[in-house]
Design a protein around this ligand. Structure first.
Ligand code: KIV
Ligand code: ZN
Length: 515
């Protein structure tokens, strides 16, 4: 069967990072980018270099160190943005400048305050300018799905003439429907005379829950690149979920007659990594990667499954790298068994990282009878490689009970030495956070706090996530421990470290929507 290959353009690090409350530092972005490279995505959109010094640094590092995929950087249709994008991308093996401008009358009138003719000119000039730097230039017509079709076709023709090699047609506000969007792609193919000189990409948002369906309809109508994110992260309700698009193509080649060159066995691991590092949980009933995606509750289903898994399962969990019969490790498991388990789980870690995680595993196994894959994943991702530790929690103790206010004592180490502080609070968590604030004098504001168990059971590992804000910078921190107070204290210190790292590259963040 003749099959087209659809390019996967992952924007987890750019649009995904625009998910409310998500903030990744460079070390975390690198870890996600390396995983995406291992998955064999075609293009990684690493960020929006002019948006902030942190974004610029992250794009530069991904460009310099991540091999395999093309690395893209976003730029509005102006010289400063394109210069910044090129500067950040220039050491990439293969670099793409992705420049965009809105094309709907609504955006032209109320956001850009520009005429159609002026937008056309800006788009053409931007593509021409970007082509001076790189051969691979993508042009996006923001809000394309609500743009006048003939004007859209005119601007696409112009962008291709100026040198765009990929044309992206976004459904920026998640407004369209599969039939309508498929029709739009068809219309563009029929009405843009030079369309065969560029690849057609789509970028769908999920406001009405149709991002994946719209992307697939676009593929059926000739799109050959889809923009998507792991777990469907992204602005507002998110983007099309990569794992859903890829597995739809993989499961229904008879119908879509298209495939993607993704190593599907990395999907589950990538989903967990992104969920852990962003602090955004995956809903249990989420397609492909949700906790229940391969769980069979009813007796009738279980009976059918035992006779033949195909009765109720259209995909095998193994195909996405989910091992159903994961071995459980315990305190008597040695380093060899541990390393074998890591390999089975698809991790290839440096020997230093293996030793670091093995030490944590031993400490955990002393406190917890059975150590599951999820515990190991959590330990691996507890601290991204190369993350700077400005502060370290050395000790903490809490006293609390009914009819008495909670008191917490902490010892925090920095390069100035160890500072001890104690504080009272409205409960043990509040007291601990106040003691850490007093020891570090950071003056941050607590924006959010969550605690959840990594696995089930009374001795489960607790995972705390803390979101802190300081002078407009928001960072999330994670902490793990079988003791939830310790997990919370570690999460707080981790968030402080991230705020300090962001501050060390201080600069003003810009509004990415303000074309
Ligand atoms: O949603 C959108 O239109 C975008 C563009 C910048 C591609 O994210
Ligand atoms: Zn978007």
């Amino acid at each position: 069967m003749e099959q087209r290959t659809i390019k996967i353009f992952d924007t987890t690090l750019r649009d995904g990072e625009q998910t409310p409350g998500v903030c990744l530092d460079t070390a975390e972005k690198m870890e996600i980018a390396q995983t995406l490279a291992k998955m064999k995505v075609d293009i990684i959109e690493a960020g929006f270099p002019i948006a902030s010094p942190g974004d610029f640094a992250a794009v530069s590092e991904v460009a310099a160190k991540v091999k395999g995929p093309t690395i893209a950087g976003l730029a509005r249709a102006n010289i400063a943005d394109i210069d910044a994008a090129y500067k950040a991308l220039k050491s990439a093996e293969a670099a793409r400048i992705h420049t965009f401008i809105a094309t709907s009358d609504l955006h032209l009138e109320y956001k850009l305050k520009m005429t159609r003719a002026a937008v056309l000119e800006a788009a053409e000039a931007a593509v021409r300018y970007a082509r001076k730097y790189v051969e691979d230039v993508e042009f996006s017509a923001e809000d394309a799905s609500r743009s006048d079709r003939d004007y859209l076709c005119q601007i696409i023709e112009c962008a291709i003439r100026a040198g765009a090699t990929t044309i992206n047609i976004p459904d920026t506000v998640g407004y369209t429907t599969p039939e309508e969007f498929g029709g739009l792609i068809r219309y563009v193919r029929q009405h843009v005379p030079n369309i065969d000189k560029a690849a057609i990409s789509v970028h769908c948002h999920n406001d009405l829950g149709m991002a994946v369906a719209n992307s697939l309809a676009a593929i059926q109508n000739g799109a050959n690149q889809v923009e998507c994110t792991i777990n469907g992260l992204g602005e507002r309700a998110g983007n099309a979920a990569m794992e859903e698009i890829v597995m739809a193509l993989h499961t229904r080649p008879d119908y879509y007659k298209a495939t993607a060159a993704i190593d599907c066995k990395q999907i589950y691991k990538a989903s967990r990594l992104v969920s852990i590092l962003t602090g955004v949980a995956v809903q249990p009933n989420k397609a492909i990667v949700g906790e229940n995606a391969f769980a069979h509750e009813s007796g009738i289903h279980q009976h059918g499954m035992l006779n033949n898994p195909l009765t109720y399962e259209i995909m095998r969990p193994e195909n996405i790298g989910l091992n159903r019969n994961a071995l459980v490790l315990g305190k008597h498991s040695g380093k060899h068994a541990f390393e074998d388990r890591l390999k089975d789980m698809g991790y290839e870690l440096s020997s230093d990282k293996v030793s670091e995680v093995f030490t944590k595993f031993k400490a955990l196994a002393d406190r917890k009878k059975m150590v599951f894959d999820r515990d190991i994943e959590a330990l691996i991702t507890e601290k991204a490689n190369n993350q700077t530790e400005w502060y370290r929690l050395v000790f903490h103790q809490v006293m609390s009970g009914s009819n008495t206010s909670a008191t917490s004592s902490v010892e925090i180490e920095s390069n100035q030495g160890i500072v001890k502080q104690a504080a009272c609070g409205d409960g043990p968590i509040d007291a601990t956070f106040k003691a850490i604030e007093a020891a570090t004098e950071m003056n941050t504001t607590l924006k959010d706090y969550q605690i959840k168990a990594v696995t089930s059971g009374e001795d489960a590992l607790g995972e705390a996530t803390v979101w802190l804000e300081k002078e407009g910078r928001v960072a999330s921190g994670r902490g793990l421990s079988t003791d939830i107070l310790e997990a919370s204290a570690k999460a707080y210190v981790n968030a402080l470290n991230k705020i300090l790292t962001m501050g060390s590259r201080s600069g003003t963040n810009i509004d990415t929507e303000g074309n």
